[in-house]
Design a protein around this ligand. Structure first.
Ligand SMILES: NC(=O)c1ccc[n+]([C@@H]2O[C@H](COP(=O)([O-])OP(=O)(O)OC[C@H]3O[C@@H](n4cnc5c(N)ncnc54)[C@H](O)[C@@H]3O)[C@@H](O)[C@H]2O)c1
Length: 346
């Protein structure tokens, strides 16, 4: 792990890897000294689980409610009010310390407060570490859909320290693995196979940690060639997400993002099978991994999900752009008619 950390830190300038929380603390303290003022946003679960670490940081902290329902415009306004109350000026630093909900909403607030202030992301969930903290997408949900308001805003620093994951509930580890399986399905058959092997039997967080850097690498490389999601490279990272966003919305966000992505991965493969893009063997491989992670089947039918997908921002004119795995390690984009959808959705 130490050699991987050194390699990754040298390779990606805004990513910093730390094996120990004490070293992460020193780095954050140094960044605080470089700025005119610092505020930190976290959620109530993280504030409790990481209280010792947070107490050591002598900065103003706002603790928001945990969960996807916090990711909205009212919360953005409350966070901006907090920045103002703390007299954060244009030389200030915002630290988003938490899972993907905290980093998405706090980073969006940081991107618009005074037209943008410095941002440090400290992901504390696996899903955020391998995916949400990488690539500069920020955003919130609205009544008309998930992530419908947001910005591209790169954090100057993203601090990766797997020791934060020690307090993460087991189910949240599984949610993070879902995004890692997605990375493997998009770009690396071996990564997918390694992860599938780990989750095929009882496993611990320590079994997953060695694969974190590969997931970060896959996401970072795709983002670097297509930072603003314009060239159909970054779009591939949406594999499973058209289904996942519909699952999250229809469940009123009671299904967490990671689990929805896992089910979305399988649904995308099943759609691919019907369209003769995905082989039955590939579907079986994905199905096995998804069932090992989340044994219960997706409770929503494709036709129910299709109704919700019509509002997804990946909808283009009269079609929805589905990402389909044609084999493990490779995906294709398949625009699908809304008027005449494949029979999978009827
Ligand atoms: N911006 C992007 O590119 C991007 C990419 C993927 C996902 N996302 C977004 O990320 C969100 C999902 O992220 P998530 O799965 O981290 O959700 P989350 O932020 O809700 O975190 C999951 C749960 O784990 C808790 N938690 C986090 N770290 C902990 C720790 N160290 N100890 C104990 N508890 C801890 C949280 O309080 C929460 O209850 C979704 O809103 C999704 O849309 C964004």
């Amino acid at each position: 792990m130490i050699s991987e950390i050194k390699y990754m830190t040298e390779k990606y300038s805004n990513l910093q890897f730390y094996g120990y929380k004490n070293d992460a603390l020193l780095r954050i303290e140094a960044l605080i000294l470089e700025h005119s003022g610092t505020v930190l946003i976290t959620d109530a679960n993280v504030a409790q689980a990481q209280s010792g670490f947070l107490d050591a940081l002598k900065v103003s902290q706002l603790v928001i409610a945990p969960g996807e329902k916090t990711k909205n415009m009212q919360q953005v306004e409350a966070i901006c009010d907090f920045f103002n109350d703390a007299q954060l000026d244009r030389g200030g630093l915002v630290i988003a310390f938490g899972g993907g909900v905290v980093t998405d909403v706090a980073a969006f607030a940081a991107s618009i407060y005074l037209r943008g202030v410095s941002l440090l992301l400290v992901p504390t969930s696996l899903l955020c570490m391998v995916d949400a903290s990488i690539g500069g997408k920020t955003g919130v949900d609205t009544a008309w859909g998930k992530n419908q308001i947001g910005s591209f805003y790169s954090a100057e620093n993203v601090l990766i320290c797997p020791q934060f994951l020690e307090t993460l509930p087991e189910m949240e580890v599984r949610n993070g693995i879902a995004e890692m399986l997605k990375h493997g399905t998009i770009a690396d058959e071996n990564h997918f196979a390694d992860l599938s092997d780990v989750i095929s039997k009882p496993f611990a967080l320590t079994d997953i940690i060695p694969y974190i850097s590969r997931s970060i690498e896959i996401k970072t490389e795709m983002v670097q060639v297509d930072p603003n999601d314009k060239n159909q490279i970054r779009e591939k990272l949406n594999l499973g997400h058209t289904f996942a966003h519909a699952i999250e919305q229809i469940s009123d966000y009671s299904v967490p993002h990671g689990k929805a992505v896992a089910w979305g991965l399988l649904l995308a493969a099943e759609l691919g099978k019907e369209l003769k893009i995905t082989t039955p063997e590939t579907v079986k491989i994905i199905e096995k991994a998804v069932c090992d992670l989340f044994p219960e089947p997706c409770p929503y039918s494709p036709s129910t999900l299709f109704e919700y997908m019509k509002t997804d921002k990946k909808r283009e004119n009269e079609s929805i752009r589905f990402l389909i795995p044609n084999e493990i390690g490779n995906v294709v984009i398949k625009p699908t008619s809304i008027e005449n959808p494949p029979s999978f959705f009827t």
